[in-house]
Design a protein around this ligand. Structure first.
Ligand SMILES: C[C@](O)(CO)[C@H](O)COP(=O)(O)OP(=O)(O)OC[C@H]1O[C@@H](n2ccc(N)nc2=O)[C@H](O)[C@@H]1O
Ligand SMILES: Nc1ncnc2c1ncn2[C@@H]1O[C@H](COP(=O)(O)OP(=O)(O)OP(=O)(O)O)[C@@H](O)[C@H]1O
Length: 298
């Protein structure tokens, strides 16, 4: 008996970042959109305690010890329900590692849902969301999917309406970026600057609700983009190549270094992906549609 859960990647269509808080985190107005690139987490009973394996092109970069977010999710659920974490979790990884698309967070949410189903824990949605928030700021959204506004450090979610399908292209970079390092660079670049309270832009929420790609393109923003570009200047070339290929807009996805391009339709997305790859400014380029559903047992 085994349970497989499919979990989407995310792009942040708005990432407004406030000043650093005393606990080191930053308050956000984080508009998440789940996109159709997925990891799959399979949970199978194990006689040898908790075991993690991973497959896929980036598998070598994924830790297989108890620091893996999937392992931490299984341990957290087992502890709360007073049972042994005797489970083999296999991660079939398609989301880029350290790419700013919440790959590790997806695996945490996926493992939680898979273990809950395998063990018959019967945890409520509230309890699952509470464990997700303990695991990381992006993990609750990986569970929920669709589109949502995240406030606090991004973990307090309000579901958003999406009125159509958006066509995206993602350009994967040759190396990763560390999320804490990008937030530290944000702090360094903003030293001495008064940072306003982060708020979601109404035009952006309206564009999502209408399913209007051009209006969404005009409204996207990412306050971490200057910090990501400062640490990884070559990303400017990737952004220029995607825009030259006809993207409505291009931006860094979350803390980067994946770059995201919005296309007017599926045919334009295919052409942008082809042109990005041919430009030599990225490792790979993939088209994906949004919104995608959250963690789902398949
Ligand atoms: C950049 C985003 O991906 C946008 O969705 C998220 O804000 C990051 O979410 P995440 O990877 O789940 O991050 P966490 O594991 O919670 O935190 C990693 C580190 O990122 C920084 N961090 C994260 C979230 C936040 N609101 N403020 C922060 O300053 C902190 O240094 C923290 O130690
Ligand atoms: N299941 C996992 N998959 C990938 N990385 C993991 C996982 N668990 C822990 N990690 C560690 O977390 C680091 C960041 O990986 P991840 O792929 O989650 O980054 P990210 O997509 O940039 O995250 P986010 O967009 O949420 O900031 C990796 O370098 C790795 O050391």
């Amino acid at each position: 008996m085994s349970v497989t859960v499919r979990v989407p990647a995310k792009v942040n269509v708005q990432l407004a970042v406030g000043a650093a808080r005393p606990d080191g985190f930053h308050d956000l107005a984080n508009v998440f959109l789940a996109v159709g690139l997925y990891d799959e987490v399979t949970a199978t009973p194990s006689a040898e305690g908790l075991r993690i394996t991973c497959s896929g092109p980036d598998a070598g970069e994924v830790p297989l010890d108890r620091t893996n977010l999937a392992a931490r999710a299984a341990l957290a659920l087992a502890e709360r329900h007073d049972r042994a974490p005797d489970v083999h979790l296999h991660i079939a990884k398609d989301i880029p590692v350290a790419g700013g698309m919440a790959g590790g967070s997806a695996d945490g949410a996926g493992a939680l849902v898979a273990c809950d189903a395998l063990w018959g824990t019967g945890a409520s949605r509230e309890e699952l969301l509470e464990i997700c928030a303990e695991l990381g700021s992006d993990v609750p959204f990986s569970l929920v999917g669709g589109a949502a506004l995240g406030t606090g450090r991004g973990e307090k979610l309000q579901v958003l309406e999406v009125g159509g399908t958006f066509h995206w292209v993602f350009a994967m970079a040759g190396r990763g970026l560390s999320t804490p390092a990008v937030f530290r660079e944000f702090d360094r670049l903003n030293e001495g600057v008064r940072i306003p309270e982060p708020v979601a832009a109404q035009e952006l929420l309206d564009a999502l609700a209408k399913g209007d790609a051009e209006a969404l393109a005009a409204a996207v923003s990412n306050d971490l983009q200057p910090a990501a570009l400062s640490l990884f200047p070559e990303l400017a070339d990737t952004l220029a190549a995607g825009r030259a290929a006809g993207a409505l807009t291009g931006l860094v996805s979350g803390s980067g270094p994946t770059t995201a391009f919005l296309a007017k339709d599926a045919a334009a997305a295919t052409e942008i992906a082809r042109a990005l790859l041919a430009s030599g400014t990225c490792r790979s380029a993939r088209a994906a549609q949004a919104p995608a559903p959250g963690a789902t047992v398949i």
